[in-house]
Write a protein that binds this ligand. Sequence first.
Ligand SMILES: Cc1cc2nc3c(=O)[nH]c(=O)nc-3n(C[C@H](O)[C@H](O)[C@H](O)COP(=O)(O)O)c2cc1C
Length: 237
Amino acid sequence: MIEFKAFHALSYGVYLVCSEYEGKKSGYVANTGFQVTSNPSVLAISCSKKNYSCDIISKRGVFSLSVLRRDLPVSLIQDFGFRSSRDFDKFSNYSHKTGQLGVPVVTDCAVAFFECNVLNSVDCGSHILFFGEVAHSEKLSAEPVLTYDYYHEHYKMLSPENAPTFIPPELLSVSRKELISPSELASEYICILCGYTYNPELGEPENGIPPGTPFDALPEDYICPICRASKEYFREI
Ligand SMILES: Cc1cc2nc3c(=O)[nH]c(=O)nc-3n(C[C@H](O)[C@H](O)[C@H](O)COP(=O)(O)O)c2cc1C
């Protein structure tokens, strides 16, 4: 028997794994990154076959892993964790350099980084487990690192009462709801970054957005409760 709740007891860090092949850079947010051995120094990462990065790392045989600091701009997670390097340049807004092994190393928001040569890999079905021998590493700062727990608690957090995006329920007046046409409530909107769907009939009561709030009536600083993308990333379904 597999009790799925048991998996929630596992803890992780949060990293950026980058590579480059024939001039095409790739990078993704990863919670799966860990040290396998110290001599030789080997790290392992588990990369989805659906990630563009998987193809790039397989072909190049090299990856870098940046350990992220705890306080970082949410856009970094959105860009590297919810978009694909296939059709988006993830690197232009963030400090990075070409490392000693010739692949990008993101130094923005990083407390340390490692550059690894892939020793071998294991096909685990949906993911490839890459083992990389560390050829070079640097500690950049003493700031606290981002853990997966912290990420869930603080970065995926829905708007709390003291956040500027919180809308007090009393400001979303019932009288406005009464002015809404049924067609406005019929349209659902999907976040193209993470796939979250906003349903006007349901609203987001936990965020102070009552049922019956059409997408257009959401405040301009509304953000996706899952990946925190702004309204412009939503499309009508
Ligand atoms: C917090 C977080 C942790 C993630 N961990 C992993 C991971 O360990 N392995 C993985 O393959 N994808 C992971 N992802 C998903 C990738 O970052 C995501 O699919 C990314 O868009 C892939 O980019 P690419 O197509 O440019 O490679 C994670 C995403 C987030 C937000």
